[in-house]
Design a protein around this ligand. Sequence first.
Ligand code: HEC
Length: 143
Amino acid sequence: MIRASRPALTWALALAISMLLGAAPLSAQAAADMRSVRDGVYTDAQSDRGEAAFRRNCASCHTLDEFTGLGFMRQWMDRPVFDLFDLVRNTMPQDFPGLLTARQYADIVAFFLKQNGLPAGESELPATRVSLAVIVIQPPPSR
Ligand code: HEC
């Protein structure tokens, strides 16, 4: 009897722990809200701000082509924008991680999207986990 119920208990425990860690699987609603960077997920003004922030805080160590083109897509395709945002926010600038505001990191990601040929839209790229986790990185639509 006890043995029979153990898998269910283990599963419930695993779910509880993953929820505590904030790593719960996407809810059905979140899955329905899934969209991609092709849908116009940042604004031109935001990308302009991101460009300025990139020049000031990143360009001393990086060239833009590290974040554009095939190499970039090969690394990031099919991953949520949150992964890129989170990596940059937690590790960059390498000499001062976390220097910028979440908003500024989102601006820089918006700038990267634009440089990869992805379209601007009506609203800014958000700077929160819950919003960025449901936007998937995809290559630009072929012209
Ligand atoms: C002081 C130099 C320096 C500055 C300033 C800097 N970086 Fe970096 N960055 C590095 C180095 C070195 C690496 C490669 C080593 C690594 O992957 O940890 C790197 C790697 C990266 C990567 C790739 C990480 C990966 O694992 O694929 C990204 C994305 C990135 N930087 C973005 C930025 C952004 C955005 C800024 C500005 C906010 C920035 N960096 C500022 C030195 C810097």
